[in-house]
Design a protein around this ligand. Structure first.
Ligand code: 5GP
Length: 119
């Protein structure tokens, strides 16, 4: 069940400000409020999708393609497409997802290390 009052739904409605990085018909990207790396941008679909599961089940091919392409556009806009970056999509309770609107974290601007920091 999608929660219309989750923080990213409120950002999409313009009720809460964000530092916008990129926007198109299907996608919005904005800076994470608590950046873990010099580049930490969130890329979200404009549609009401809770998670990876929800998006894969219900989104159109156009929306799915738009989100993936937006990730690369954001990496380029932030200047990390060539140097490299990490994309994280936390999904559900055990995946550590806090905000129940699908979001891709784009992290970079320094070497982010091995993908082994699990605790
Ligand atoms: P999750 O743990 O759900 O994968 O990530 C949620 C992310 O949303 C966190 O990195 C957190 O810093 C970010 N976040 C939470 N509230 C806000 C907000 O109001 N504005 C922005 N820009 N980011 C937020």
């Amino acid at each position: 069940m999608y929660d219309d009052n989750n923080i990213f739904a409120r950002i999409l409605r313009g009720e809460i400000p964000c530092k916008k990085v990129y926007e198109d018909e299907h996608t919005l990207a904005f800076e994470d409020i608590n950046p873990r790396t010099p580049v930490h941008t969130l890329v979200i679909p404009k549609g009401k999708y809770v998670s990876t599961n929800d998006f894969a089940d219900k989104a159109s091919d156009t929306e799915i393609a738009a989100l993936m392409r937006a990730v690369k556009k954001v990496a380029a806009l932030k200047g990390v497409d060539a140097s490299g970056y990490r994309v994280i999509v936390n999904t559900g309770v055990e995946g550590g997802q806090e905000v129940p609107h699908l979001h891709f974290h784009v992290l970079g601007g320094r070497a982010v290390g091995p993908m082994t920091v699990l605790k």
